[in-house]
Design a protein around this ligand. Structure first.
Ligand code: HEM
Length: 492
C-alpha cells in the first residue's frame, strides 16, 4: 500500500473517531479527551484513587471515562449514589460482564455476576439460608467464636515475636466461610486448605491487572499473560473443581440425614422443594457451585483486610487501643470470652470498627454496576449498557459529612453526646441499594468477635520500639495496607 493511502486512511479514521467521540452534552463530561481505540486507558495510573479525586474536582460529581469502547460513568457523593443505586435501583442494579465470571465457565449464574430473575432468586435463597444460620441457636456466631479461639492460640504461639498477621486472619475468615459452606473447618496445615488459600490469594492479587480486561475484553488475547488472564482462568478452574468435590461428598451425606448444617444442604433442600412443586427455578448444582465460589472470594479477604487495617491504626493510636481494652475489661472482664450478646455493650469497640471501615475504605470504587436501559440522571442521558462506578471512597472520606478531620482516625465521630453508637446514613462501606453486600451481617459478626477476642487478650505493639509501620496501601482486589509486622503480647 502506498504511503499516501495509509496516511489518508489514518486521517479518515481520526476524523470519524473525533466525530463519534466529540463532547456529547447529553453525557457527563470527560476529564480529558479520549484517545482512539484505548479511550482513557493510558491516562489511568496503577493507583487510580488520587486521580479520581482530581477528576471530581475538575468535572463535578459525575464524569465519563472511556476504557476501550466501554463508557464508564463515575458517581461521587452520597446523594448522587443514593439517587442512582437506591431511588433508580430498577435501572442501576445490573452487572456488566466480568472476566472472572467468564473464567468460571458458567457465566451469569450465582449472585455476584447474575442479573434479572436469576439474580433475584439466587440472592433471596442465599440470603434466607445465611439468615437462618444466624438465628436461634446462631450457628454463625458459634462457628466464628470457635474460630476466634483457634486464632488466639495461634497468635499467642508467636510469643511476642514480630509477625505479619495477614495470613493468619485470612485463614480464620476463610475457615468461617468453609464452616458455613461445607460444615467443617480445616487445620492450618491441611494440604487441600493451603492450596485453596494459595489460589484464592492469587485471584485477589491478580484482580488489579485483569480489571482492564473487564472493560476491554480483547486484551486477554494478547500473547503472553501480561494481564494475568490465563493465570486467573487456571486458578478459577482449580477452585471450582475443589468446590465441586465438596458438593459431591456432601450430597451423599444429605441423602441419609435431614439435618441442615451447611449451605450445601440448605441449598439442595430448597432446590428439591422448588423442582418438586413444579415451579420454574434457576436453582441448580452449577449455581450452587458458583455461589460457593463467590462467597469464598467475596467473604475472606474483605473481612481479613479490615482486621489488618484495624491493627495498623491501633499501632498509630495506642491510646485508642488502651481504651478498647479497658472497655472490654470493664464490661466483660477477662475470665470469659466475648460473645455476640456483648456487642451492644461495647460501644467504643463498635466505633473503632466503623472508623476502620470508613477510613480504610477497602472497596474504594464499589463493584461495577451497569444500566439495564437508557436513563436520565441529573440531566444527563446514560445509554443502556453504561458501566457505573459508585465511588464509596468519595462518600466515606467526604469532609462535608465527617468534618475537616475526615482523613484522621477518630472513632468518637461514631458516638453521640449520650455515649450511644451513632451511624450516619453516609456510612456505606458495604455499598447501598439492591446489590448491597450479601455478607454484611457475617462480616460485622466476624469483625466484632475476632477483634473483641484480640483486644481482650493481647496488646499490639510496633515491631521495634518507636518503629511504627507507615500507613501505606497497595491496590489489589481490595485496598489493603502494605505488609507490616507487629508484636503481639499476651496480657495474661
Ligand atoms: C468487611 C467486609 C466486607 C466489605 C467491606 C464488603 C463490601 C462489599 C461491597 C462494596 C459490595 C458491592 C455492593 C454493590 O455492588 O453495590 C459487596 C457485594 C457482595 N458481597 Fe461483600 N463485603 C464484605 C464482606 C463480605 C462477606 C463476608 C461476604 C460473604 C460471606 C460477602 C459477599 C458479598 C456478595 C455475594 C456480594 C454481591 C451481592 C450482589 O451482587 O447482589 N461480602 N460487598
Amino acid at each position: 500500500m502506498e504511503l499516501t493511502t495509509i496516511l489518508v486512511a489514518i486521517a479518515v479514521f481520526l476524523i470519524v473517531f473525533a466525530w463519534f467521540r466529540r463532547p456529547n452534552p447529553r453525557l457527563p463530561p470527560c476529564p480529558k479527551s479520549p484517545l482512539p481505540v484505548v479511550g482513557h486507558l493510558f491516562y489511568m495510573s496503577r493507583d487510580a484513587r488520587p486521580q479520581f479525586k482530581g477528576f471530581r474536582k475538575r468535572c463535578g460529581d459525575m464524569y465519563s471515562l472511556y476504557l476501550g469502547d466501554a463508557l464508564v460513568v463515575v458517581l461521587n457523593g452520597y446523594e448522587l449514589i443514593k439517587e442512582a443505586l437506591v431511588k433508580r435501583a430498577d435501572v442501576f442494579s445490573d452487572r456488566p460482564p466480568f472476566f472472572i465470571d467468564m473464567a468460571t465457565g458458567i457465566p451469569g449464574k450465582g449472585v455476584v455476576f447474575s442479573n434479572g430473575h436469576t439474580w433475584k432468586e439466587q440472592r433471596s435463597v442465599s440470603l434466607s439460608i445465611l439468615r437462618a444460620f444466624g438465628m436461634g441457636k446462631n450457628l454463625l456466631a458459634e462457628r466464628i467464636q470457635e474460630e476466634a479461639g483457634f486464632l488466639m492460640n495461634h497468635l499467642a504461639s508467636h510469643k511476642g515475636e514480630p509477625i505479619d498477621t495477614r495470613i493468619m486472619t485470612n485463614i480464620s475468615t476463610s475457615n468461617v466461610i468453609c464452616s458455613i459452606l461445607i460444615g467443617h473447618r480445616f487445620e492450618y496445615h491441611d494440604k487441600d486448605f493451603q492450596d485453596l488459600m494459595y489460589r484464592m490469594g492469587c485471584l485477589v492479587s491478580d484482580q488489579q491487572m485483569v480489571s482492564l480486561v473487564n472493560f476491554i475484553p480483547w486484551l486477554r488475547h494478547i500473547p503472553g499473560d501480561f494481564f494475568q488472564a490465563k493465570r486467573i482462568t487456571a486458578n478459577v478452574q482449580a477452585l471450582m473443581q475443589m468446590l465441586n468435590k465438596f458438593i459431591v461428598e456432601k450430597r451423599r451425606h444429605i441423602e441419609d440425614s435431614n439435618e441442615v448444617c451447611n449451605l450445601i444442604d440448605a441449598y439442595t433442600i430448597e432446590k428439591n422443594k422448588k423442582i418438586q412443586s413444579g415451579m420454574p427455578t434457576s436453582l441448580d448444582d452449577e449455581s450452587l457451585m458458583k455461589i460457593m465460589f463467590e462467597l469464598f472470594i467475596a467473604g475472606t479477604e474483605t473481612t481479613s483486610t479490615t482486621i489488618y487495617w484495624c491493627l495498623l491504626y491501633m499501632l498509630h493510636n495506642p491510646n485508642v487501643q488502651e481504651k478498647v481494652h479497658q472497655e472490654i475489661k470493664e464490661k466483660i472482664g477477662t475470665n470469659r470470652a466475648p460473645t455476640i450478646q456483648d456487642k451492644t455493650q461495647l460501644v467504643y469497640l463498635n466505633a473503632v470498627i466503623k472508623e476502620t471501615q470508613r477510613l480504610g475504605s477497602i472497596v474504594p470504587l464499589g463493584v461495577t454496576h451497569m444500566c439495564s436501559e437508557e436513563v436520565t440522571l441529573r440531566g444527563y442521558t446514560l445509554p443502556k449498557g453504561t458501566y457505573i462506578l459508585p465511588s464509596l471512597d468519595s462518600v466515606l472520606h467526604e469532609k462535608a459529612t465527617w468534618g475537616e478531620d475526615a482523613s484522621s482516625f477518630r472513632p468518637e465521630r461514631f458516638i453521640d453526646g449520650d455515649g450511644k453508637l451513632l451511624v450516619p446514613e453516609e456510612f456505606i462501606p458495604f455499598g447501598t441499594g439492591r446489590r448491597v453486600c450479601l455478607g454484611e451481617a457475617i462480616a460485622k459478626m466476624e469483625l466484632f468477635l475476632f477483634l473483641a477476642h484480640m483486644f481482650q487478650r493481647f496488646e499490639f505493639l510496633p515491631p521495634a520500639p518507636g518503629e511504627v509501620p507507615p500507613i501505606k496501601y497497595e491496590v489489589g482486589g481490595v485496598l489493603a495496607p502494605k505488609p507490616y509486622k507487629i508484636r503481639i503480647v499476651d496480657r495474661k
